[in-house]
Design a protein around this ligand. Sequence first.
Ligand SMILES: Nc1ncnc2c1ncn2[C@@H]1O[C@H](COP(=O)(O)OP(=O)(O)OP(=O)(O)O)[C@@H](O)[C@H]1O
Length: 245
Amino acid sequence: NILERIQGYISIEHEKALTETGKPPAYWPASGDLQVENLSARYSEDGPKVLHDISFHIKSGQRVGIVGRTGSGKSSLTLSLLRCIPTEGSIMYDGVQTEDLNLDALRSSITIIPQVPELLSGTLRANLNPFGQYDDAELNYALRAAGLFALQDELDEGRITLDSKISTGRSNLSVGQRQIFALARAIVRKSKILILDEATSAIDYKTDSIIQNSLRQELQDDVSLITVAHRLQTIMDADKIVSGA
Ligand SMILES: Nc1ncnc2c1ncn2[C@@H]1O[C@H](COP(=O)(O)OP(=O)(O)OP(=O)(O)O)[C@@H](O)[C@H]1O
């Protein structure tokens, strides 16, 4: 079984190599403006379309909710914004077409916070700053801004520092704490587009309100927030709603 799985991974079709070509201008992205036109997407080149001719415009700094029944394509839309699945149509991010854009540049400038964020085994510092690009002051600021310190009573280890150990398998962080932590990563990276897949019942009311407050207070005015919403309450104050059939 192990060999079969390894064989499966080896034979997966690779994405286009991340080359020097398609590098965006140095100042890009200067805003969170996102223009999507006639976007269609499928999971494989010959598979059925799961998104059909979607068009919308998100102005820089807008808060947008994505709603729709189960299977309507909310997750597929977020994947297609990062070009993780084959797409047709136009996705223009801060005036730059993403079709020919270097995937590394695209994916390092848009942050997705999934329902259950993945963490690496190691310290909090290593998780927030895997490539050693930021100093401790910036990391501590991001943790505070994201609201992690507001939860320290609940953490088994007591006080959280950048040296706190994170374990992956039997994780010592709850789903809500992981989301807050992923939000801190987005704040450190200064992403102009943040996609939040709202956590569902696994997250308690207190943690949810900490996340919502942090999103309202700490994101810069030019950061666009796209929330895949499961609770209507989360998107009550959204500027725009994108709704799937
Ligand atoms: N990995 C995949 N391969 C092929 N088809 C997929 C895959 N993931 C999702 N789909 C299909 O794409 C369509 C949209 O699914 P998607 O997960 O985007 O919906 P969703 O609105 O996010 O649903 P939910 O609210 O349950 O998370 C569905 O018909 C689904 O069967």
